[in-house]
Write a protein that binds this ligand. Structure first.
Ligand code: TXA
Ligand code: MG
Length: 332
């Protein structure tokens, strides 16, 4: 299959994407978090193509993207007040709500579960597409199963080129980490996957504490130990072990640094070494900028001929929970 690359700045690009989606084909679409691999959520045959293209097990449910909070009741039943409060506070945006599914929602979408994950995405192109198609779009991240999520159209093409009808290029994703998933079915809301909306953000809206169910039986990526993995082995390491090991390693290394002081020390070590290659990427200090570059850094290094990626552990404060969650799962 030839994968069309569509420019989201043109009317043709948007219309063509809408036409393909309405015809039951797959289109990778930009969202503010990561690219999604979209299909018409009401069409079970279209949804099945997502699992085939990604190589994803069919019991792994998909997020349904809707155009506004008003659509919750078309997809979910017994929706608690908390869901509306959170939707009003954080939608459109990087928050996914887990609810009880409406009976008519195809089981393919929810991986056979009786729950449904809903999100109103904030990316202007995605919003236009939802309005133009008048569809809800089921979309997991647009990467091969268990590989690093895509934050640019070319990342999508690396994994899914030739397997899907089109990629709607909307430039790099601003946030770069997948949405927070919150189970709001019970009185006590639970975070199932850490993301850009923190437990504190949720608490400040609901006025009640939120737990993080990291050990749970609900099938989310927060629950899978292997995920977001580059082909090159990734090791998350302290600054000290990076310095020590760099002196003696005979391997070709991709180094991802956090502290600027380490960069100077690493440069001195590399300067004295001969023979093997070290590729260095310095990431920003500020969390949101760091997160926006995290996946693209892994994609970039994974395209080089190197033996290992060594990544300096970033801070471990609550603000960094989503970043650390993804890095832990991506590492060897
Ligand atoms: O930011 C995001 O959430 C991106 C963009 C494209 O919206 N999407 C995304 O989708 O990360 P995906 O499929 O890669 O991760 C969604 C996670 C999966 O781990 C899935 O198991 C979980 O959400 N999920 C979806 N529906 C669910 C359900 N009914 N019950 C439990 N978990 C569910
Ligand atoms: Mg994913």
């Amino acid at each position: 299959m030839n994968t069309e690359i569509l420019d989201s700045n043109t009317l043709y690009g948007l219309r063509r994407a809408a036409e393909l989606l309405k015809a039951g084909d797959l289109v990778a679409v930009p969202t503010e978090t990561v690219y999604g691999l979209a299909a018409n959520a009401s069409d079970s045959d279209a949804v099945k193509k997502i699992f085939a293209a990604k190589g994803r097990p069919s019991d792994h449910p998909l997020i349904v993207h809707i155009s506004s909070i008003r659509e919750i009741s078309n997809w979910a039943v017994n929706v608690p007040e908390q869901a509306y409060l959170l939707g009003e506070a954080f939608w459109p945006g990087p928050l996914t709500l887990l609810l009880e599914k409406a009976p008519w929602v195809p089981m393919e979408v929810t991986g056979g579960h009786h729950t449904i994950a809903l999100r109103v995405p904030a990316h202007p192109i995605m919003q236009k597409l939802l309005l133009l198609t008048e569809l809800a779009l089921a979309a997991p991240s647009a990467n091969l199963y268990q590989y690093v999520s895509a934050t640019t159209a070319s990342h999508v093409y690396r994994g899914l080129g030739g397997k899907i009808h089109a990629i709607l290029d909307g430039g790099p994703c601003a946030i770069g980490v997948e949405s927070t998933i919150v189970d709001v079915r019970n009185q006590q809301p639970h975070i199932l996957r850490f993301g850009p909306i923190t437990a504190n953000d949720i608490k400040s809206v609901l006025g009640q504490s939120v737990s993080s169910l990291l050990e749970h039986n609900i099938a989310t990526s927060g629950n899978k130990k292997v995920h977001y993995k580059p082909n090159t082995p990734l090791y998350v390491m302290s600054a000290d072990s990076i310095k020590k090991k760099l002196i003696t390693t005979p391997e070709k290394i991709g180094l991802v640094l956090y502290s600027p002081a380490l960069l100077t020390e690493v440069k001195n070590i590399i300067h004295k070494k001969t023979g093997n290659h070290v590729f260095v990427i310095q990431l920003p200090q500020e969390k949101t900028s760091y997160a926006a570059m995290m996946y693209s850094t892994l994609h970039e290094l994974d395209m080089l001929d190197i033996d290992n990626i060594w990544l300096e552990s970033p801070p471990t404060t609550d603000e960094w929970l989503d970043v650390n969650d993804r890095l832990t799962k991506a590492s060897t």
